[in-house]
Design a protein. Structure first.
Length: 170
């Protein structure tokens, strides 16, 4: 795997993103894990239910290979106005989130993060290409391929059955 592929045939493991402190994170560290990638916001009507359920899922399955990757985004109703430090503080203090929270990104438009361009090109379909709102979710298998995309209003706990199947947990 010498070259980085920008085609949807690649995997999420081909990307490097920034964490909330600005450090590079090579997503290949998540090879062999099931990922739930979510664009998060602190001031959205969906914030409480999503963060609460994401935290429950993470606590239940992190030891079996689930990783939740949260990407703050301020593109929807300016509902993530804080800086990275404030965002992490909010998620970790209010919701006891232990999953990784990355650098604030754009998920739509010409400045969309490359990892989001990949996710959207892998699973457009009935949602169209664009992310419609905060808490859109992408379920990624252990090989780094997007297997499903969920609407912002989809409850994280409603995805549990599919996550368990991908993890091989009964």
């Amino acid at each position: 795997m010498a070259s980085k592929s920008s085609k949807p045939e690649g995997s999420i493991h081909d990307f490097t993103v920034k964490d909330a402190k600005g450090n590079d994170v090579d997503l290949s560290i998540y090879k062999g894990k099931v990922l739930l990638v979510v664009n998060v916001a602190s001031q959205c009507g969906l914030t409480n239910s999503n963060y609460t359920e994401l935290t429950k899922l993470y606590e239940k399955y992190k030891d079996q290979g689930l990783e939740i990757l949260a990407f703050p985004c301020n593109q929807f109703g300016s509902q993530e106005p804080g800086n990275n430090e404030q965002i992490v503080e909010f998620a970790c203090t209010r919701f006891k989130a232990e999953f990784p929270i990355f650098d604030k990104v754009e998920v739509n438009g010409s400045n969309a993060a490359p990892v989001y361009k990949f996710l959207k090109s892998s699973k457009g379909g009935i949602f169209g290409d664009g992310i419609k709102w905060n808490f859109s979710k992408f379920l990624v298998d252990k090989d780094g391929h997007v297997v499903d995309r969920y609407a912002p209003t989809t409850s994280p706990l409603s995805i549990e059955k599919k996550i368990k199947k991908l993890l091989g947990v009964s």
